[in-house]
Design a protein around this ligand. Structure first.
Ligand code: G1P
Length: 291
């Protein structure tokens, strides 16, 4: 079984649901406690053994590329000021040279199209996709749990989590067989179904392990839900040839694409901070008591 070495992060979206914050800042760069949202996603993937990241970007997303590069002036000024702790932090987070690629999705045609834009860099090996709108707090990380499941079943693996039936129409939803070991076979999937047509309440979380044959289907993909080229539709077609399994991971996920989800993520990550977590809890209690 081939190791999962590469991950695709689609980061081209406008983030209209969190305007005006995203007017001049890419939504992936919004701080979630002490670092940009996308940094948490990269940490999740690194913990799972990912060696190369392919960011599918768009116009006005240069801040993401700069974030994962050296900041000479800043480092120099920290060095001169003797701020060694901060300097070390920046050095520790610097990715290995050559471990990040950036490709442009020239038109916002949908998630399936964004993933397809990474095809040449991925080549002929299985790979992961992580949607940076979704942050998952988990140990081991969500992708690491999926890779454990993948080691048992191979093929294609997607993370799922239960949502209230009222919310299913905002997501991809799976139909599935009985759970065995860490995963369950996927028997169907549908993107943004009306509540009464959803095959279950298990939504596709936004973490995928896919075989490279997905690119054949994305290449000829017709538009689906919302008039967009949907990854879910291509996976449904690939499912005729290859097994798909779903992993219901242990952990907590936040949908930062919405204002409430973003607020929850910020507080959720602040509460988990090893130094400040207890103080944040006390601060929240004080704030709530004054309401
Ligand atoms: C995408 C996927 C959907 C998945 C969701 C998770 O939808 O198409 O299947 O459930 O991410 O956040 P989007 O949020 O881009 O509409």
């Amino acid at each position: 079984m081939k190791k999962i070495r590469k991950a695709v992060l689609p980061v081209a979206g406008f983030g209209t649901r969190v305007l005006p914050a995203t007017k001049s800042l890419p939504k992936e760069m919004l701080p979630v406690f002490d670092r940009p949202a996308v940094h948490w996603v990269v940490e999740e993937a690194l913990e799972a053994g990912i060696e190369h990241f392919v960011f599918v970007t768009g116009r006005n997303k240069n801040a993401i590329e700069d974030y994962f590069d050296r900041a000479y002036e800043l480092e120099d000024s920290l060095r001169r000021a003797g701020k060694t702790t901060q300097l070390k932090m920046l050095e520790d987070m610097l990715p290995e040279a050559g471990s990040k690629s950036f490709v442009r999705q020239q038109s916002p045609l949908g998630l399936g199209h964004a993933v397809w834009c990474a095809r040449d860099i991925i080549g002929d090996e299985p790979f992961a996709v992580l949607l940076p709108d979704v942050l998952v707090q988990a140990s081991p990380s969500c992708l690491a749990q999926m890779i454990e499941g993948y080691a048992e079943v191979g093929g294609n693996v997607i993370a799922v989590d239960p949502v209230p039936m009222d919310h299913v129409s905002s997501y991809g939803v799976i139909a599935h067989g009985p759970k065995s070991g860490k995963s369950m076979p996927v028997t169907g999937m549908v993107e943004k179904p009306p509540r009464d047509q959803a095959p279950s309440n298990l939504r596709i979380t936004g973490r995928y392990i896919l075989q490279p044959q997905i690119f054949h289907y994305l290449e000829t993909q017709e538009r689906g839900a919302g008039g967009e080229i949907q990854l879910t539709d291509a996976m449904l077609r690939l499912m005729k040839d290859q097994p798909f399994h779903a992993v219901e991971f242990a952990g907590r996920d936040f949908d930062c694409g919405s204002r409430l989800g973003y607020a929850e993520a910020f507080v959720g990550y602040a509460l988990k901070d090893p130094q400040l977590g207890d103080d944040v809890r006390a601060m929240l209690e004080r704030l709530l008591a004054k309401d």
